[in-house]
Design a protein around this ligand. Structure first.
Ligand SMILES: Cc1cc2nc3c(=O)[nH]c(=O)nc-3n(C[C@H](O)[C@H](O)[C@H](O)COP(=O)(O)OP(=O)(O)OC[C@H]3O[C@@H](n4cnc5c(N)ncnc54)[C@H](O)[C@@H]3O)c2cc1C
Length: 439
């Protein structure tokens, strides 16, 4: 068996580790100069950044397991915070150290910044979700969402359960945007429930928020590459695949260095690149149509370098009705004192601003909210216009298995219950490895 993987992001490297673990000599092709894809380390002005501030949840079990498998140490690699949602001065919810789901119910009932009625309403909604096992009823049961399968938008679900406007704005909307990177009027309620089920309903540690202390290339893909190479595999950097050609019962990959043939190929690129590579193969029309139908949502990260004494009240804090949705203090997280990151997820009016204008808005918000009067030494805006797919209700995502034997698809956009996340990407890579191993 000679498998190849196109793309050294989290999906591709997860597949590579799962195959290498069985001593299968796998070859990974990565077009960029470094591994990690959308979750990669970036250096700016001698400062280690990421291609966007990311966080993991305690329920990302496969991602966390793989990080440990390739030599990571979760205690050292992450700052682990118990579930907390803090919208500076407006809303605050902190989960006490109680077993799940009690920790959440106590947190909801004790949340500051919402009237008692709204808190009771939120807790009641969570109990209903628990009772239905976080599964929306199918239309066949007569209680589904009119004509759209069992799924509906998050906004529709919240309206059905009478979650009032303030509760939506302070709790559910920030949560949905953080989890699905999709506004509530477009987001899939079922996918949000899948995340809530895994994060809030099993063990308390599942809802912990893990903020990385190392960059995202170092955290997993780089370690995974060493793991793969120790087991006889190859990881080829700056070696993009230009074409995929089925030849008899093998698959040929063309790169600038020449052609190589493999028994199996996992295409683990972004959906846009996958569509380009698959389009000449007529057998794959069905998957191609699904990929081309995906819409995308942006994520903007504004990094700001302030003097080392500047800090935020918490390592991570949200703002209500501001451009900056979440602020991260990299000093408290990773010892990079004075480095702050503002994250703006999903579509919005911020997309009409230039990068300079957006950074100035964030600087003004930091001044007004926290009294940070001095200007930053520099700022860097990273605008990922196609950060994730738009996680709409009843979305048809392409399966990992394709109609071309030996060719598989991995990536956060492929079939699965998760939104576009590291865990979704990793799960898709593991599924591809399983499909190869079971053949
Ligand atoms: C700014 C931002 C913030 C995010 N925040 C979070 C977060 O907090 N938590 C979370 O869980 N998720 C977050 N995500 C989503 C997460 O980063 C992605 O879901 C995940 O990284 C996708 O991994 P992937 O392997 O599927 O795809 P990608 O990361 O896109 O990997 C594809 C790889 O293929 C390579 N490639 C492309 N073309 C070729 C070719 N022709 N030949 C060879 N290689 C090729 C690319 O260079 C890349 O390395 C965020 C995403 C962004 C952009």
């Amino acid at each position: 068996m000679t498998p190849a993987i196109i793309g050294g992001g989290y999906a591709g490297m997860a597949a590579a580790v799962a195959l290498a673990e069985r001593d299968i000599p796998v070859t990974v092709f990565e077009s960029a100069q470094q591994l990690g894809g959308r979750a990669r380390g970036v250096v700016h002005q001698d400062t280690q950044l990421d291609n966007g501030q990311h966080l993991l949840l305690g329920c990302y079990r496969q991602t966390l397991r793989l990080i440990e498998q390739v030599g990571g140490n979760l205690e050292q690699d992450f700052l682990r915070l118990p579930l907390q949602l803090d919208l500076h001065g407006e809303f605050s919810l902190r989960a006490p150290r109680l077993p799940a789901p009690l920790h959440l119910l106590v947190a909801l009932l004790g949340a500051q910044g919402l009237p008692l009625g709204a808190r009771l309403n939120a807790a009641r909604f969570m109990l209903v979700l628990r009772r239905i096992n976080f599964m929306l009823p199918s239309p066949a049961s007569g209680r589904g969402a009119g004509g759209k399968g069992g799924d509906m938008t998050v906004a529709e679900l919240l309206a059905q359960h009478k979650q009032d406007a303030e509760l939506v704005q302070k709790l559910w909307e920030p949560l949905c945007i953080a989890a699905l990177n999709t506004p509530i009027h477009k987001a899939s309620a079922q996918v949000l429930l899948n995340v809530l089920r895994d994060a809030l309903n099993r063990t308390r540690a599942d809802s912990d928020m893990l903020l990385p202390r190392v960059d995202f290339t170092a955290l997993f893909p780089q370690r995974a590459a060493s793991y793969v190479e120790r087991r006889g595999g190859k990881v080829l950097i700056s070696c993009g695949v230009e074409a995929i050609t089925p030849k008899d019962d093998r698959i040929e990959l063309t790169t600038a260095q020449g052609c190589m043939s493999f028994s199996h190929v996992i295409c683990a690129t972004s959906p846009a690149v996958a569509a380009k590579l698959l389009s000449p193969i007529t057998k794959l029309d069905g998957a191609l149509k699904q990929i081309e139908a995906l819409q995308h949502q942006p994520i903007y990260t504004v990094y700001l370098r302030y003097p080392a004494h500047v800090r935020l009240p918490h390592p991570m804090i949200g703002l209500h009705r501001r451009f900056s949705q979440w602020l991260f203090d990299k000093g408290q997280i990773a010892g990079q004192h004075g480095l702050l990151a503002a994250v703006i997820s999903a579509e919005g009016v911020h997309q009409d601003l230039s990068q300079e204008q957006l950074a100035q808005k964030v600087i003004a918000e930091l001044r007004e909210e926290f009294g940070i009067a001095e200007p930053p030494e520099w700022f860097k805006v990273i605008a990922e216009k196609r950060a994730t797919f738009c996680c709409a209700p009843n979305l048809q995502r392409p399966s990992q298995q394709t109609t071309l034997p030996g060719l598989l698809l991995a990536g956060d956009y492929t079939a699965g219950g998760y939104p576009a996340t590291l865990e979704g990407a990793v799960l898709s890579g593991l599924r591809c490895a399983d499909l190869i191993l079971c053949r």
